[in-house]
Design a protein around this ligand. Structure first.
Ligand code: NDP
Ligand code: GUE
Length: 314
């Protein structure tokens, strides 16, 4: 049997249309949607993402403010750059690309982002809200993984609520940006949830966890980590990994964390890389950027901070 392929590009196209309409509506109402990215150094996956965001912002006619800093930048200078973006009226959303160099404390930088402009929900206030099940913004990568799952369940006629209630969701990788938010979203859906990190691999217990998964979300940044021996035939596999693999002519090819051919031959459904979670992530980020524009304009008008749940966005 061969798995159903979950088409991230098609899903992203549909989402993009509704985000474009929301941005247009905001423009008519006088709210400014603008995205700023902060990239320190020039890592493969950050650079790939930045290119996509630049293109998407241009497609959606959203102002884009890229900020590039050298890998040697000091933490103070990085925090100053973020403070400048906090104060910039044309910037509604700020994305600090990860990973940051080892000499910089991610927590200190994230804490310096204006919580209303924090479209990846990395500020403690927003991360806390997410963990409590009352998010201001749902971080784009985890949101995309569940958006794809939800749409796939709709397409096969499975009731979402019933599916999650009876499922074990296993999340491989527990970064604050991807793995932990995915765990929160799985908990919100009242699934049974397991979270594993590198120690599961080091102690030889990774497969013991992943083979039990009804939904396997993999976000470790390790190409080929998940093979056929790690999955069951009922699994729905969401591959978040974005990794370079040297291809012919010295050009890098993009691969996920899952050995696609081997795993697709066994499981129920799978997202490819490229063409899976990635294309939805950037559209979701622009969705959050639009939500931020609306929240900022409400704050300007009456000092109030709106919650995402009260916004009419897709
Ligand atoms: N498709 C998309 O839209 C996006 C893709 N990505 C990609 O997703 C991947 C993960 O990103 P991110 O969460 O930021 O990465 P991080 O490096 O911040 O975190 C990786 C996590 O995976 C765990 N891990 C590492 N090796 C193993 C292993 N052998 N077995 C089990 N767990 C392991 C780490 O464990 P420990 O905590 O023990 O170190 C850590 O918790 C990357 O490839 C990144 O490029 C990221 C964002 C968006
Ligand atoms: N704070 C933060 N948030 C992130 O979300 C984040 C980050 N830092 N650092 C870097 C990683 C990487 N990342 C990508 C997302 C989508 C594609 C993407 O859409 N890729 C296309 C590639 C298409 C192609 O070029 O062939 C795809 O998967 O189909 C790539 C890379 C987000 N990241």
């Amino acid at each position: 049997m061969s798995a159903q392929v979950i088409d991230g590009r098609a899903c992203a196209r549909a989402l993009k249309e509704s985000v474009a309409a929301a941005i247009e509506q905001l423009r008519e109402g006088g709210a400014r949607t603008g995205l700023a990215t902060v990239m320190v150094g020039n890592g493969y996956s950050s650079a790939a993402y930045e290119r996509r965001l630049r293109r998407l912002a241009s497609d959606l006619d959203v102002a884009y403010f890229p900020c590039h800093l050298p890998a040697t930048v000091s933490q103070d200078d990085l925090v100053s750059a973020v403070s400048g973006l906090n104060a910039a009226p044309d910037v509604s959303g700020i994305l600090v690309l990860r990973p940051l160099p080892g000499h910089i404390s991610e927590a200190a930088v994230f804490q310096s982002i204006d919580p209303v402009k924090d479209i990846e929900a990395v500020h403690p206030e927003n991360a806390g809200r997410l963990a409590l099940g009352v998010p201001r913004y749902v971080p784009s990568t985890a949101a995309s993984a569940f958006h794809l799952l939800d749409k796939w369940l709709d397409s096969v006629g499975e009731d979402r609520t019933a599916f999650y209630h009876r499922s074990l969701v296993v999340v491989v990788g527990r970064s604050s940006n991807v793995g932990k938010p995915a765990v929160s979203l799985a908990c919100d859906r009242q699934a049974a949830v397991e979270s594993v990190d590198e120690w599961a691999s080091r102690t030889g217990s990774l497969g013991r966890h992943t083979r039990r998964a009804d939904v396997l979300i993999v976000a470790a940044g390790r190409p080929g980590l998940i093979g056929a021996e790690h999955v069951s035939d009922r699994a729905v596999v969401i591959d978040v990994g974005i990794n370079p693999r040297p291809g012919p002519g010295g050009r890098n090819r993009m691969v996920g964390d899952v050995d696609y051919e081997a795993v697709a031959a066994r499981v129920r459904a799978i997202t490819p890389v490229p063409g899976g979670v990635g294309p939805v992530t950037d559209v979701w980020l622009l969705r959050n950027t639009a939500a931020a524009a609306r929240a900022l304009s409400a704050r300007e008008r009456n000092g109030a901070t709106l919650l995402l749940s009260s916004l009419e966005l897709p």
